[in-house]
Every structure is written in structure tokens, then in C-alpha cells.
Design a protein around this ligand. Structure first.
Ligand code: BG6
Length: 794
């Protein structure tokens, strides 16, 4: 808007409901700002109309009070005095026809004082319940009739959201409005359309060449729209209780945000073209079936809401919701859309996240298992910004990637009080006859058509109303998990799993299972890890209790933490899994625990009625991502029941039942002993070759060994790859070998059993000694550990 521009036509705004909330919070502050900017017409008046018996002075005092609250002005200021002189008051009862004639007389008085026919703006600042009666009475008093034409002397009407309470009532209201006003006279407000950042969506998409060509389902995978408020319902209890969050902000603000990010380019930037495009895309919203409402929606109410004045004691109004949606428009098919909003969510977060697909041909380290997805975030709060997350090479020898961000803030600091900026723009546009930021009746109906079946399902009790603790975002995490479970459940029951520990192995197991159709929920202490997984569409939790609460019973929890104390902590510590799970739940230790520890833990958990399994996982992070080898211990019945899980995790035929509790870890321990010995033999052999200088190209040797020879093996493959990567000299690789001590367990166990294990014992001793005597053999071992396990090479 060009602030210098102002309407030359004298204008009168009549506010019906001038003593209400809207006047104080939105209309007066916005008008005062317009006045200060010199944007109001030369001849300008505001006529307040309301039930209260107020004198002109008392009404002026109320306006002054509003100004004080917002702008700390003084009554003696010249500008304030002039601004107050715009206001007059007509006391009237909304039901009483005669009072509308008084209002009409006030209009005539103003017009004759100016000696002309002025523009009239009728602002319905009342609860929608009163619309019908007020509109009838306005018409009866002839107030809907302009005294001039469309350019000068017009009459326009402003209506606030919610526009109706469902499609039927919105249609009825339209019919009524349509009898009294033409569509171009009707201004339906959704203040989100006037937000800078939302207007910016059109600029971002249609004034740049960078993104729009990729802006559809070929490259976009999902769209998430969030409107988390820190504030609660406050003093709006009785209004809010009648609508609930979905009708308060979902049916309008969130769907408008969706329309702006998904609409086709308009033929021109004229209001009619932009509104038509918004309506077109909203009309392609898939209307959810009863079953989809059950599965794809979640609602909750914050604790303490029911004690707010105006809220009923048994209120079922939701103050939080999460809803999945989809568009049938061909360019948006298969793009997952989530809309979510809540009050008292802790810190405010208002944003649209657009997540792009993993590239078909990706220069990505294949072993990492990460889905390299970019995202664009259009954020309104806490800071108005556009953020682009993308992948970039991590500086260093290896072709590792890391996530980087390009971002800009639209402006700095706290920019305006709630509503003022938007209402200023809206009122000005209404005076200037620009309907771009107002909602058309086609849009309203399309939005209700989507929302109505959800409300109906909720009223039928198809989706329970959950409770949540205010001032935190926990409810959002639970909602995500519950809905993900419900979706997975739609395919196969029971395919939900919680993973404790999202290190290299845990995160890749999560990714593998997600791909196989499991609903996976992960706990990790590290917030960045959780965020990264969330960006990949995996639900992440920062506390064990949240994770467990989000899992359906009987639960399956997979521990993926380092052996020893971390496992005991994860099971029995202050935040241990056993504190939150219940009888019949299953816990699987997928780490490298010592089998005797496992046997003890199994006994302890058995007493609590918890079914414990131990799984040795071999194949490193690459195996976890693409199919591992699993050695499974525990009860055979549990093994059978969980077989689909193991089948999905393992490579083909790569899993098996080893025996009762501890057997899985025992077999993995022996495997690790063998691994030590085999690696040692390879290291020794190659040290000999290197020393002899007879075959100087070690890579060539490894290449031949790994094709059809007796010692062809995964270890040999890794050795070959390592030579390619680090060179035959293995520069930069440590000659001392790290070890976890697990090799020693095999030796101790063998000793107890009276079995001599010379090779394994020697290979273990070699690693211990290598710290004092680094060597080329040590380098080979370090490098192999790095290749299969991602362990440090230095
Ligand atoms: C209004 C809702 O439309 O939007 C309120 O009725 C909500 O409940 C508000 O708080 C949010 O608007 P904003 O501009 O603060 O994001």
C-alpha cells in the first residue's frame, strides 16, 4: 500500500458493536495508525452503534482509553484531539428497527454538514449470531442502499470471521447478504491474508524464477502448516467455546496459508484473479470420509481451559488440533499436507514448511542412509523470515554432506501489536476498493466443505478429546505419533516401534523401518538429532516418557545405546524405560551388551512382566540402513511374534533365532571375536605384502582378493575401498587400534568353558599393545573399523 495515497472521497464508518472487543483491539488502533500516516480521507467520521447508554463524552473517553492502552498518548495532544473529533455515538438496540433510523439520521446529519453524499462502511463488529437480524434491520432502514454510485457515495459491508458455523449456515448468510448487497460490496475479513509474510508468499513464488518451476508434487513431498500460539483463550471464553480451534483458525487462516502456497499463478495480480486462484485450489481439497477423520485428525484441550469464564464445565471445545489433508489437483497429488494449531503451546511458532523430495540421482554418501531433503520454511513467528535448508559438502577429505541454511529476516525486532498492522491494511483496502485480501464466498464454502465432516466426526466422538499440559509443545509430538500410528495401523496393525538412542545405528534402523511402513518414534537426548529425523518425517521425542506415552500398547521398544552402564540407565535409570512401560510390553536390546548382563537384565524385567529380547546386530550403520544380520535371543514365542520386525530389518535370510535370553548377544560376541581374528589375519597378510615390495600395488591385491578368491569377503571389500580412499600408505589413519573391550568377553567366556582361543586372544592383545606400538597393521585395522562401523580413524 502506498501510504501517501488517500481516498479523496469523504467516508463514514459505522461500527455496529462499537463497545466490544473488536473496536478496542483492532478497529481503533488500526484507524489511529492510518490517521497518523495521513492515509484517512480528508473528510472522515466514525459512528459507533451499540446497546450501552453512553453520552458522546463517555464514548470519546472509551476511545481515548483504547489509544492510551496501545499508544500511551495524552488527551491534550493535538492529533489525539483531532482523531477523537471523528467519533460520534448512536445508542441502539440491535433488535429495534427504530434505532437504525436514528443511525440513518446520523449519516444524513454528517452528509449535510459536508454538503455531499459520502461513502458508508458498515462494520459488523458483533457475534455472528446477530448478523441476520442486524442485516434485516439495516435493509429496512435503507442503510444498505448507497447514496451514490460505485466510485463515490458507495456503501460497503465488512463481516468478520467466523463466516457461518458450517457450509450450510455460511450459504444462508451469503443468501441474506446477497439480497442486500452485491458481492463487490461485501468484504469478508481473514486478517491472515493481510500479514506481510503471507503476502510475501506470492512475491516469493511469482516474482522469482528460482523455485516456482519446481513447486509441485514432482519435487515437493510434504507441506506442514503450524500455528502454535503462546497465548490462551484469555477473556474470549464464551466466544471460543462455541467454535473451538479448528473453526477459529483452521477453517480460515490455515487453509488460506495452504491456498497461497499451492495456488496456480494468477492470470494477473488483480483481486479477482488472485481470489479465483485461491478458491480454485481450495475447491480441490479432498473431503475426508468418516474413517479418514478417525485416522487423520487429532484434537486436544489444555488443562485449565474449562475454568475460564464463559467456558462450560464439560466443554468439548478443542484448543489444539492436527489434521492431515490432501489436494486432488493433479499437481499436488501424493503431497502430504498437515495443518496444526494450538493455544498455550509454549513459545509461539507460526510457519509453513515445504519439504522437498530426496533427489533421484543424489551425490550422497550411500552408507549414511540419510534422506537428503531440502526444505523451505516461510515463518511468521517468532521472526518473520524465509529459511532454506539444503545440503552442502562438509569441508575436509571426505565427500560428507552437512545441512546448511540460507535465511533472511523480513525486519528486525517486534514489529507491531497483534492485529494492528493487518487491520490497518484491511480497512484501507476496503476504503480504496481492493478486495485482494478479502475472502470470496467461493473460498468460504470450499473451506467449510473440508472442515464440516471433521467437526461432525468429532461431535460423534470418533476422535477422543485428549488433554494437554499448557505452555509446552508436547501435545504436538503426541499428536504426530498417534496419527502416524493410526496411519500405519491402517496398513497393518501393531507396526509401531519406539527406538531409544538415535546414533548412527539407531537412526538408520529408524529409517529402514520407516521405509518398510513402520510407524517409528525415536528418543534421543540430542535435540539436533531429533530435529534432523523429524525433517525426514520420523517422529522424535526428547524425553523417554514422551516416547513411551506416544506408543500404542502393547509397546515395542528397541534400545540402541552403548553396552554397559548406558543400557542399565536406559532400562532402570531415573528416566529409564522400565519406569514408563507396562506389563506385556516388549523391550529389545539391539546393542552389543555382554550376554551375561543381558541374562541378568532379562530376569529383572521378567519380574516386572516385561518381555525382553536381545538382538546382536552386525553389518554396521550400512547394514542397519540397507539390511543387517540379526542374531536373536529371548523366548521363541516372542521371536515368532516379532518376526515381521526382524524380517523387515534384516537382509534377506539375515536373521535367526539363537536361543533363550542372552543367546543373541552371546552369538554376536563370538562373531566379534571372529571378526577380530579375521581382521588381524588380513592386517598381518598385507603388512607382509607391503614389506616385501614384490607386489607394490596393495589396492590391486585387495581388488583381486575380493573377486572370487577363497578369502573374498565383506572385510576384503572394505579393505579395497579403504585403499582407494586413503591410498596404500593409509595416510592420516591411526596405527593404534581403538577397541570397545568386547573382544575380551569372548576370551573370558572361552576360558571359562575351557576352550583355547589363541587367534582371538592374540588379536585382542595386538590392539591393546598397538597404543604403545603403532604400526601399519594397526592402520589397516583402524581403517577397516572405520569402513564398516564409521569409527574414527585417528
Ligand atoms: C484470530 C483467532 O483469528 O487469530 C485468535 O480468533 C487467534 O484465536 C488469532 O489468536 C491469531 O492471530 P495472530 O495474528 O496473532 O497470529
Amino acid at each position: 500500500m502506498n501510504q501517501q495515497q488517500k481516498s479523496p472521497i469523504p467516508t463514514v464508518i459505522a461500527v455496529l458493536g462499537a463497545t466490544g472487543d473488536l473496536m478496542g483491539k483492532k478497529i481503533v488502533p488500526a484507524l489511529f495508525t492510518l490517521y497518523q500516516e495521513g492515509a484517512l480521507p480528508e473528510h472522515f467520521r466514525v459512528v459507533g452503534f451499540a446497546r450501552r447508554p453512553l453520552s458522546q463524552e463517555e464514548f470519546s473517553a472509551r476511545i481515548l482509553e483504547i489509544l492510551h492502552k496501545h499508544y500511551q498518548v495524552r488527551a491534550t495532544d493535538k492529533t489525539v484531539k483531532e482523531f477523537l473529533s471523528f467519533f460520534s455515538y448512536v445508542q441502539g438496540n440491535f433488535q429495534n428497527q427504530a434505532d437504525y433510523h436514528t443511525l440513518s439520521k446520523e449519516f444524513q446529519r454528517i452528509d449535510s454538514s459536508w454538503g455531499l453524499c459520502s461513502n458508508k462502511l458498515l462494520y459488523l463488529a458483533v457475534p455472528p449470531l446477530l448478523y441476520s437480524e442486524i442485516l434485516h434491520n439495516l435493509a429496512e432502514a435503507g442503510l444498505n442502499k448507497p447514496c451514490g454510485g460505485p466510485q463515490e457515495g458507495w456503501t460497503r459491508v465488512i463481516v468478520e470471521k467466523p463466516f457461518g458455523s458450517d457450509e450450510k449456515s455460511a450459504r444462508a448468510l451469503d443468501v441474506l447478504l446477497g439480497k442486500l448487497f452485491k458481492e463487490e460490496q461485501i468484504y469478508r475479513i481473514d486478517h491472515y491474508l493481510a500479514k506481510e509474510m503471507l503476502q510475501n508468499i506470492l512475491a516469493f513464488r511469482f516474482a522469482n524464477n528460482l523455485f516456482e518451476a519446481n513447486w509441485d508434487n514432482r519435487l515437493i513431498e510434504r507441506i506442514a502448516i503450524r500455528l502454535y500460539e503462546s497465548i490462551g483463550v484469555e477473556e474470549r471464553g464464551s466466544f471460543y467455546d462455541g467454535v473451538g480451534a479448528l473453526r477459529d483458525v483452521g477453517q480460515n487462516h490455515l487453509l488460506q496459508m495452504l491456498a497461497l502456497v499451492t495456488m496456480d499463478p494468477p492470470a494477473s495480480f488483480a483481486a479477482k484473479d488472485i481470489r479465483a486462484r485461491r478458491a480454485e485450489i481450495l475447491q480441490t481439497l479432498h473431503i475426508p470420509s468418516a474413517e479418514e477423520v478417525r485416522r487423520e485428525t487429532f484434537r486436544a484441550q489444555y488443562e485449565g481451559y474449562r475454568s475460564i469464564t464463559g467456558v462450560t464445565a464439560d466443554s468439548m471445545a478443542e484448543t489444539y488440533f492436527r489434521v492431515n489433508a490432501s489436494l486432488t489437483a493433479p499437481q499436488w497429488q501424493d503431497v502430504a499436507i498437515t495443518m496444526e494449531s494450538g493455544k498455550r503451546m509454549g513459545k509461539a511458532l507460526k510457519e509453513i514448511e515445504i519439504l522437498f523430495r530426496h533427489p533421484e540421482h543424489c551425490l550422497c554418501p550411500p552408507e549414511s542412509g540419510i534422506h537428503y531433503r531440502d526444505s523451505v520454511i516461510i515463518r511468521l513467528e517468532p521472526v518473520e523470515s524465509i529459511v532454506i535448508n539444503f545440503w552442502s559438502k562438509k569441508p575436509g577429505n571426505k565427500m560428507d554432506l552437512e545441512q546448511r541454511t540460507l535465511a533472511f529476516n523480513l525486519r528486525n525486532g517486534k514489529f507491531h501489536t497483534q492485529y494492528t498492522e493487518e487491520y490497518k491494511k484491511l480497512l484501507w483496502d476496503c476504503i480504496m476498493d481492493d478486495q485482494t485480501l478479502f475472502v470470496s464466498s467461493d473460498e468460504i464454502r470450499a473451506m467449510w466443505r473440508f472442515v464440516d465432516p471433521i467437526i461432525a466426526g468429532w461431535q460423534n466422538g470418533a476422535v477422543p478429546l485428549e488433554r494437554y499440559a499448557p505452555d509446552a509443545k508436547r501435545v504436538a509430538r503426541i499428536a504426530a505419533a498417534v496419527m502416524e500410528y493410526a496411519q500405519a495401523d491402517a496398513h497393518k496393525t501393531g507396526r509401531t516401534i519406539g527406538i531409544v538412542g538415535a546414533g548412527k545405528m539407531g537412526a538408520n534402523i529408524a529409517r529402514r523401518l520407516t521405509e518398510k511402513g513402520w510407524a517409528v518414534q525415536v528418543f534421543d537426548r540430542d535435540a539436533q538429532t531429533i530435529d534432523a529425523l523429524r525433517r525426514e518425517g520420523i517422529a522424535g521425542f526428547s524425553t523417554v516418557s514422551d516416547l513411551i506415552a506416544a506408543l500404542p500398547q502393547p509397546r515395542i521398544v528397541w534400545l540402541m545405546v552403548p553396552a554397559g552402564k548406558p543400557v542399565d540407565d536406559a532400562l532402570f535409570g531415573a528416566e529409564g524405560v522400565s519406569r514408563y512401560i507396562a506389563k506385556g510390553d516388549r523391550v529389545i536390546d539391539g546393542g552389543n551388551s555382554f550376554f551375561e548382563d543381558t541374562q541378568k537384565r532379562a530376569k529383572k524385567l521378567e519380574k516386572l512382566g516385561i518381555r525382553f529380547m536381545d538382538v546382536g546386530v552386525s553389518g554396521g550403520p550400512g547394514g542397519a540402513r540397507n539390511g543387517a544380520s540379526l542374531m536373536i535371543g529371548g523366548s521363541e514365542q516372542d521371536f515368532k511374534q516379532l518376526e515381521p520386525l526382524f524380517r523387515d530389518l534384516a537382509m534377506e535370510n539375515g536373521y535367526g533365532y539363537m536361543g533363550k535370553a542372552g543367546a543373541g548377544h552371546f552369538i554376536k560376541m563370538v562373531h566379534n571375536g571372529i571378526e577380530y581374528g579375521m581382521m588381524q589375519a588380513i592386517a598381518e597378510g598385507f603388512a607382509v605384502i607391503k614389506k616385501s615390495k614384490l607386489a607394490p600395488n596393495l589396492s590391486a591385491v585387495a581388488e583381486v582378493y575380493s573377486h572370487g578368491s577363497v578369502i573374498t569377503s565383506r572385510l576384503m571389500d572394505w579393505l579395497k575401498d579403504g585403499f582407494v580412499y586413503y591410498g596404500d600408505e593409509l595416510k592420516g589413519v591411526s596405527g593404534s587400534v581403538a577397541h570397545t573391550g568386547e573382544g575380551e568377553w569372548t576370551i573370558k567366556t572361552a576360558k571359562k568353558l575351557g576352550v583355547p582361543v589363541k587367534v582371538i586372544a592374540d588379536s585382542f592383545k595386538f590392539r591393546v599393545d598397538s597404543h604403545k606400538h603403532p604400526s601399519y597393521m594397526g592402520k589397516i585395522l583402524s581403517m577397516l573399523r572405520n569402513q564398516f562401523g564409521g569409527h574414527a580413524i585417528k
